[in-house]
Write a protein that binds this ligand. Structure first.
Ligand code: ADP
Length: 260
């Protein structure tokens, strides 16, 4: 296993806060694999995802180190694609879908307007938007929530990043659409040989497709390891309790039924 990023003693404290949101996280991000960051609300998952992408708000103080395997640190938008929980908030309501998907590719790959549009069309096809030609000229509000998240994923991947970070990308969607979006992310990262960091509060969802899991609680890493190993033999009582609270972990997750 190659390590894409070696994280050591990562700690984050937001401006004006006395308690750190993350405390001394040591974690390796496995290159070309799928890592799920799992924890309850407020456990520091988003903070971790943003710290990894360099997207923390101004004034957040960061300690510790991120050592990337690449020669230069990756840039969000170019080398790191980021998908947020709520596509309505991450998409611009006054720009067409085509313009938004093309934007990153034009900026980071230096594409012309026409090349950008071609790239947007290709990406809309890859995320299985029905009638991608029509979608190019649509505005976000004309699409369903699930379609909007597909567009946000297309935009995040348009500049061909090696790492995709998805922060609760299905939490705002209903169950069936959730499974479809997870299956789509699974397909895209496989095809592209990308690394995926998938943030979720749902251990059952994560266990369906992540190669590795990292369990967070109160800003700390409780345990990490290969998914099958952690599920079969959790080391921490907290992880065991999380698993026990999900009866459906014993049955095949939705994604296996839907996608394979
Ligand atoms: P999760 O993604 O697991 O729900 P977060 O990383 O969003 O957790 O939050 C971790 C802690 O940091 C929480 O206590 C939250 O209230 C706090 N927090 C998150 N964002 C900010 C912010 N911008 N300013 C101050 N505190 C924040």
């Amino acid at each position: 296993m190659t390590v894409l990023c070696e994280i050591r003693r990562l700690a984050v404290t937001y401006r004006g806060e006395t308690m750190p949101a993350l405390k001394a996280i040591d974690l390796d991000i496995p290159g070309g694999e799928r890592l799920a960051i799992i924890g309850e609300s407020g456990s520091g998952k988003s903070t971790f995802a943003r710290a990894l992408a360099g997207l923390l708000p101004d004034g957040a103080s960061v300690a510790g180190s991120l050592r990337w395997s690449a020669d230069r640190p990756p840039r969000a938008g170019r080398d790191i694609g980021f998908v947020f929980q709520d596509p309505s908030a991450s998409l611009n309501p006054v720009l067409t879908v085509g313009e938004q998907v093309a934007e990153g590719a034009r900026r980071h790959l230096g594409l012309s307007r026409r090349q950008g549009e071609a790239r947007a069309l290709e990406m809309l096809e890859r995320v299985h938007i029905p009638d991608p030609h029509k979608a190019l000229h649509a505005f976000p509000h004309q699409l369903s929530g699930g379609q909007r998240q597909r567009v946000a994923i297309a935009a995040a991947l348009a500049a061909r990043p090696g790492l995709l970070i998805a922060d609760e990308p299905t939490s705002a969607l209903d169950m069936v659409v959730q499974a479809e979006i997870v299956a789509l992310l699974d397909e895209l990262v496989r095809e592209g040989g990308m690394t995926l960091v998938f943030v979720t509060h749902d251990i059952a969802l994560a266990s369906g497709f992540a190669d590795h899991v990292a369990i967070f609680r109160d800003g700390m890493l409780v345990e990490t390891g290969a998914t099958g190993k952690v599920l079969a033999r959790p080391q921490a009582a907290y992880t065991a309790a999380l698993i026990a609270s999900h009866r459906d972990l014993a049955t095949p997750p939705l994604i296996r039924e839907a996608g394979r």
